[in-house]
Design a protein around this ligand. Structure first.
Ligand code: ADP
Length: 163
C-alpha cells in the first residue's frame, strides 16, 4: 500500500491542484490531500471550509482522502504511514522554494521522498492567489475552479454574482 501526501494551503482548491491530485491518484494506492492549518498567509477560507471544498471536488476518486494538519510535515507524513510527498511545479518560479523545502524535509527525515508533478500546460499559470484576485474583481473564474469553489468564492467575497 503506497501512500502519498499532497500538502498545501488550497485556499481555495484550483483546477491545477485537481490535476495534480488526479495524476497522483493514478500512481499511488492512497492519496491524502493535507490542508495546512498553520500557513504563514492569512487565508480566505478556514481549514474546514477548504477541506469540504476539496472533498466535494474529488468525490469520484475513491483512493483520495482529505485531512487537515498542523506542525511539521515530515511528522504528519510518518503519522499517516506515508512514503512520499507530492508537490506541484508550475513555472520556474516555484522551483527555488520547492527545492529548498524538499531538501530541508529530507534533512529532517531522509526516508520521505518529495516528488514533483507538472499540471496540464493550460493550468501552469494558475494559482489560488490569482483566482481570489480575479473573483474579488468580479471576473469569471469558471475556467479555473470547480463550480463549488466558484460558488464559495462568490459567497465569501459578498458578491451576488461572480459572473
Ligand atoms: P502552498 O502550499 O505553497 O501554500 P498551494 O496550496 O497554493 O501552495 O499549493 C499546494 C501545492 O500545489 C504546491 O506544491 C503548489 O506548487 C502546487 N500548485 C498550486 N497551483 C498549482 C497549479 N496550478 N498546478 C500545479 N501545481 C500547483
Amino acid at each position: 500500500m503506497r501512500t502519498v501526501i499532497y500538502p498545501g494551503s488550497f485556499d481555495p482548491l484550483t483546477n491545477g491542484h485537481l490535476d495534480v491530485i488526479q495524476r497522483a491518484a493514478r500512481l499511488f494506492d492512497r492519496v491524502v490531500v493535507a490542508v495546512a492549518r498553520n500557513g504563514s498567509k492569512q487565508p480566505l477560507f478556514s481549514p474546514a471550509e477548504r477541506k469540504t471544498l476539496i472533498e466535494h471536488s474529488i468525490s469520484d476518486l475513491t483512493n483520495v482522502t482529505v485531512d487537515i494538519f498542523e506542525g511539521l510535515l515530515v511528522e504528519y507524513v510518518e503519522q499517516q504511514s506515508g512514503h512520499a510527498v507530492i508537490r506541484g511545479l508550475r513555472a520556474l518560479s516555484d522551483f527555488e522554494y520547492e527545492f529548498q523545502m524538499a531538501l530541508m524535509n529530507r534533512q529532517l527525515n531522509e526516508h520521505i521522498e518529495t516528488l514533483f508533478m507538472m499540471p496540464r500546460a493550460s493550468y501552469s499559470f494558475l494559482s489560488s492567489h490569482l483566482v481570489k484576485e480575479i473573483a474579488g474583481l468580479g471576473g469569471d473564474v469558471s475556467p479555473f475552479v470547480t463550480p463549488e469553489v466558484k460558488e464559495a468564492l462568490a459567497a465569501k467575497l459578498g458578491q451576488a454574482g461572480v459572473n
